[in-house]
Design a protein around this ligand. Structure first.
Ligand code: KG4
Ligand code: ZN
Length: 341
């Protein structure tokens, strides 16, 4: 059974996961309220909140699960990529707890954790029966848009990634432009329901080359500015604007997912990360996987947004393989290119 900590961005989260990937407890503290007045995540505020929240969540997880320290065999913590101040809080705490309790600890890659989220289980979710390695994993959130071939635990091949903004970042920036709150991805989703996705022409980047599996969303921002400056009524046409913008993002994501499935021949797919909450993305990906004769694992919200259970799942595989981190492990804001293998 391992204790897992996640503090890479603006969610503080603690979980205990057992050797079967079953989540015994998952507790998180969301910081949206503290960042909303600034219209974006303020790194300094995030680290400060993690410092306040993390140890009480660890205590809470042990008390509420009824598990003691002696039930634990290791500690996992996100050590990369993310906001450096936020990562530091988690990593330093994990090191201190590991020393104090004489437990091994392991620093894990946050993106790897997202990719393994569909394999978690609890009282109301378990992965689809047919779902297993190798699978295609699209990790899509406010900070990342990465498409991977997940061969087996610890072995991931990066097939494509965004060259500029993450999909969630693009949605959040657009939401801000048209006067929706922060983070605005979910609001865009809500407004898009009543809108016409063909009302406005937003560009789809890098779609012509069949071999291209990368993404680019920064052109969408420029297009949005041009459309908004052209005299569009933001309030009256909000639904059409949202539907059109969202369709451009989802089109790019699903096109590359389908393309990757064709190239690799993989039938098992997963979409994870905050943007996988998007109703249009879920519908389009489900439709595409059905056409492809495959299985799409969509983990529930508590596992696909930033959370410590997925970190526990990544740590579990690493610790099981005999990997541990040393006390001089330093967190890193970015991932090295060879870090996925
Ligand atoms: O995984 P997450 O909670 O945190 C990280 O960024 O790592 O993802 C947050 C992102 C934000 O950009 C948010 O706007 C987006 O996920 N998001 C959505 C939806 N719900 C959250 N984007 C589109 N549609 C949604 N329903
Ligand atoms: Zn994330």
């Amino acid at each position: 059974m391992i204790l897992a900590l996640e503090t890479s961005c603006d969610d503080t989260s603690v979980a205990i996961v057992d050797l079967d990937g079953r989540v015994r407890i998952l507790l998180s503290a969301n910081q949206d309220l503290f960042h909303r007045p600034f219209g974006g995540i303020v790194p300094e505020v995030a680290s400060r909140q993690h410092t306040e929240n993390l140890l009480p969540l660890v205590d809470g997880a042990l008390v509420q699960s009824g598990l003691g320290w002696d039930a634990l065999t290791g500690i996992a913590v996100t050590s990369r990529p993310g906001l450096i101040g936020s990562l530091l809080v988690g990593v330093v705490t994990a090191k201190a707890l590991a020393l104090a309790k004489d437990l091994p600890f392991i620093g894990v890659n946050h993106i790897e954790a997202h990719l393994l989220a569909p394999l978690l289980r609890d009282s109301t979710y378990e992965p689809p029966k047919e779902f297993d390695f190798p699978y295609l994993g699209l990790a899509v959130s406010g900070g990342h848009t990465h498409l991977f071939l997940c061969e087996r635990p610890g072995c991931y091949r990066l097939l494509g990634r965004t060259l500029d903004d993450a999909a969630g970042e693009a949605l959040d920036k657009f939401a801000k432009m048209i006067g929706l709150g922060f983070p605005g991805g979910a609001e865009v989703d809500r407004w898009a329901v009543g809108g016409d996705p063909t009302a406005f022409a937003f560009p789809r980047a890098m779609m012509d080359d069949e071999g291209n599996l990368d993404f680019s969303f920064s052109g969408l921002k420029t297009a949005a500015l041009r459309i908004l400056d052209g005299g569009v009524n933001r309030e009256r046409q909000r639904a059409d604007l949202c539907a059109s913008f969202q369709e451009a993002v989802v089109d790019a994501l699903v096109t590359k997912l389908v393309r990757a499935a064709r190239v690799t021949g993989l039938k098992n797919w997963t979409v994870t990360g905050g943007v996988s909450a998007n109703s249009r993305l879920r519908a389009r990906a489900s439709e595409a996987v059905r056409d492809h004769g495959g299985v799409l694992a969509l983990p529930p919200l508590r596992f696909y947004t930033d959370n410590a259970a997925m970190v526990g799942m990544a740590g579990l595989h690493r610790l099981r393989a005999g990997e541990t981190s040393r006390q001089d492990l330093a967190p890193s804001a970015s991932s090295r290119a060879d870090d996925w293998i």
